[in-house]
Design a protein around this ligand. Structure first.
Ligand code: B4P
Length: 193
């Protein structure tokens, strides 16, 4: 069983590349962003609370993110592997994920961190805003706030996996297929080991 974390700042292409990994290797794609958007679409009290925070560029609570991931892992125990997309976003989420996987005698195989310069991220998210209508992409101020939160809360998660020798850096600039080529190589080398 291989468990992969797709990591990177907002707009780095985590979702885009996770979908390609899933298509190619048949792992289960678990995106906390998608789970949160599903909750928002339900128009429940929880969904509206999530929307307000996300539209402001903020993260949801660790408690909620962990609860969503826990439910999805437990529902998909039979899968060959997971691609975690957008989770963990804090060190507390990383520790919680370790505990959840340990309970099933699994662990994280690798964290693939997409590196993209901030100017490119801002341009991509501005473009995505026109197509997706996502609240958190609307306006450079909100985008910059999200990048600030990423730098303070999420980037340190890389050290957590680096210490375990599981961090792999991947350039997230170039065509989607070229980036995937490097991701594919990393995953294949894990399968061979
Ligand atoms: P996510 O859904 O995870 O989305 P993201 O970080 O904004 O973008 P991603 O990196 O997936 O980029 P994408 O492939 O779409 O998070 C949304 C929000 O949910 C967060 O801000 C947060 O509030 C909340 N949330 C989620 N998980 C959480 C957690 N664990 N804890 C707390 N809060 C949580 O690519 C971006 C754009 O670039 C797309 O338009 C794409 O087409 C384009 N693109 C991709 N690759 C490209 C390439 N190579 N070249 C050119 N364009 C490219």
């Amino acid at each position: 069983m291989l468990n992969i974390i797709m990591f990177g700042p907002p707009g780095s292409g985590k979702g885009t590349q996770s979908k390609k990994i899933t298509e190619q290797f048949g792992f289960k794609h678990l995106s906390t962003g998608d789970m949160l958007r599903f909750e928002m679409d339900q128009k429940t009290e929880l969904g509206e609370k999530i929307r307000t925070g996300m539209d402001n560029g903020e993260y949801v609570s660790d408690k909620l993110a962990i609860q969503l991931i826990k439910k999805s892992i437990q529902k998909n125990r039979d899968k060959e592997g997971f691609v975690f997309d957008g989770f963990p976003r804090t060190k507390d989420q990383a520790k919680a994920l370790d505990i959840l996987l340990e309970e099933m005698h699994y662990d994280i195989s690798i964290l693939l961190a997409l590196k993209v310069p901030e100017s490119v991220l801002i341009k991509r998210l501005n473009e995505r805003a026109k197509i997706s209508g996502r609240g958190e992409d609307q306006g450079v101020e909100v985008i910059k706030k999200r990048l600030g939160i990423y730098n303070s809360k999420t980037k340190p998660v890389m050290d957590y996996y680096k210490a375990k020798n599981k961090l792999r850096l991947i350039s997230g600039v170039g065509s989607v297929d070229d980036i995937f080529y490097h991701i594919h190589e990393e995953i294949v080398s894990l399968k061979i080991k």
